[in-house]
Design a binder for this molecule. Structure first.
Ligand code: FMN
Length: 376
């Protein structure tokens, strides 16, 4: 029996297997509302057999969106189209999470496939275009000459509003039926900006020492946990390393993960990077050691992510305890049926992960003598 395709339980949630779709911004929402693009894009991952599908970075406040096209959960009206997606994925046997996010000084950037803010007036009206001055721990721009805006530093009232907004969005996520929430504290966005000395130059209780820089993330986690149902797991995505000599390091993440665990966080989604000037040796499995370090040294389950997709290695990573879950982003876009195929590649002859509407694939495979019908 494959470990990758064995069920896993976090609190009261049992996932049908350990494959995860990592959050992926689609830049396709209007005023934060999910639409048919999101329904189809996400729905196919449930059809494809993934255990957990995590929705994209979703702004807890409008000014916390990376672009005007991000999903949002800052008002009750945004719940219904998300609930439709959740219901469909549940119907396919997948669990569903949503990444709650604030982009901080990396907010209000152009949609990546456009040439900067090149929208015509007609497109601006049709796409619900918005741009704004972002907020951050300190009034320092993310990077010059790259479509970022100099932010305003948050005061204590602004910080309180960030915490309250994560809480309100988590309550709405529960109303939408999500099984889990992932707090986005990675990739150089707001919570990561507070953690990292590369962006946090504050001199108050939210800056300076590591303990102070961790304060906001811990306050958000604690406040969200207090309203998130006890039987539902809470995830946090970390940039385990900034890949920068002056930045946040693996040992900082281990210390943080221990504190998060003490506050009821159930797993860490182990990513990395997000600050300008980082030197990232991207290659197959390059972030797996981060998942392993957190799992081993902080004693929390971890999601490995980043250039994964080799089926046998994915199985081995989970079987050997390097990580508990395998997440794909681009690999899932490339092949939304990755779990269905991977399971056969690991020797499974059963077709029970395939939706019943697809059972003629089984007939074809029998005729071709492949997958479950391959001669052994
Ligand atoms: C189109 C796209 C959008 C992404 N959006 C998000 C996001 O909303 N939140 C996030 O934490 N990571 C985001 N990521 C990063 C992925 O979740 C993932 O960590 C990264 O792509 C590495 O995994 P991969 O090699 O399987 O693609 C995005 C990646 C892609 C390709």
């Amino acid at each position: 029996m494959s470990k990758l395709f064995s069920p896993a339980t976090l609190r009261g949630l049992t996932l049908r297997n350990r494959t995860v779709v990592a959050p992926m911004c689609q830049y396709s929402a209007q005023d934060g509302f999910a639409n048919d693009w999101h329904f189809v894009h996400l729905g196919r991952f449930g059809i494809g057999g993934f255990g957990l599908v995590i929705l994209e970075a979703t702004g807890v406040v409008p000014e916390g969106r990376i672009s005007y096209g991000d999903l949002g959960l800052w008002k009750d009206e945004q719940i219904a189209p998300l609930a439709r997606i959740v219901d469909f994925l549940h119907g396919q046997g997948a669990a569903v999470g949503i990444q709650l996010a604030h982009a901080g000084r990396k907010a209000s950037t152009p949609v990546p496939w456009r040439n900067g803010f090149d929208e015509t007036e007609a497109e601006k009206a049709a796409l619900h275009f918005e741009s704004w001055t972002p907020v951050a721990p300190s009034a320092e721009i993310h990077a010059e000459g790259k479509n970022f805006t100099k932010p305003e530093a948050l005061d204590e009232a602004g910080i309180r509003n960030v915490i309250d907004s994560f809480v309100a969005a988590a309550i709405r996520a529960n109303q939408a039926g999500f099984d889990t929430v992932e707090i986005h504290a990675a990739h150089g966005y707001l919570l990561n900006q507070f953690l990292s000395p590369l962006a946090n130059k504050r001199t108050d209780r939210y800056g300076g020492s590591r303990e102070n820089r961790m304060r906001l993330v811990l306050e958000v986690a604690e406040a969200v946990r207090a309203v998130w149902p006890v039987d539902k797991p809470l995830l946090v995505r970390l940039s385990v390393s900034d890949w920068h000599p002056d930045g946040w390091q693996v040992e900082d993440s281990v210390a943080l993960a221990r504190e998060l665990k003490a506050r009821g966080v159930d797993a860490i989604d182990a990513s990395s990077g997000g600050f300008d000037g980082a030197s990232i040796p991207a290659g197959p499995e390059y972030q797996v050691p981060f998942a392993t370090a957190i799992r081993r040294d902080a004693g929390l389950p971890t999601i490995a992510v980043g250039l994964l997709g080799d089926v046998h290695r994915a199985e081995q990573i989970v079987a050997d305890g390097e990580a508990d879950f395998i997440a794909l982003a681009r690999g899932a876009l490339d092949n939304p049926n990755w779990p269905l195929h991977a399971r056969h590649e690991l020797g499974e002859t059963d077709y029970d992960l395939w939706p019943k509407q697809t059972n003629r694939v089984r007939e074809r495979d029998r005729s071709l003598g492949r997958r479950g019908f391959a001669a052994s």
